[in-house]
Design a binder for this molecule. Structure first.
Ligand code: SF4
Length: 74
């Protein structure tokens, strides 16, 4: 199943955990606020199968729910 990951920078407290668990997906700006590693201006990104586990871990660890995951039916 395809997954869509969204980030909400307004909720991010710059703890850095998502980058620790999924550095290929999550990076942060000069203030430590989350952004996507591959597209720093995007607020959502499709997740490849091989990255799902890492992203799920980051999603669970984020203390402020600044990372959202959505299962898409197709
Ligand atoms: S884990 Fe959450 S709060 Fe921490 S840097 Fe990532 S998005 Fe921000």
């Amino acid at each position: 199943m395809t997954q869509l990951c969204k980030i909400v920078p307004e909720r991010c407290i710059a703890c850095g955990l998502c980058n620790v668990y999924a550095p290929q997906i999550f990076d942060y700006d000069e203030e430590g606020i989350v952004l996507f590693t591959q597209n720093k201006k995007a607020h959502q990104q499709f997740i490849q199968n091989e990255q799902k586990e890492q992203v799920l871990l980051a999603y669970k660890k984020c203390p402020t729910r600044a990372i959202l995951l959505e299962d898409l039916s197709s």
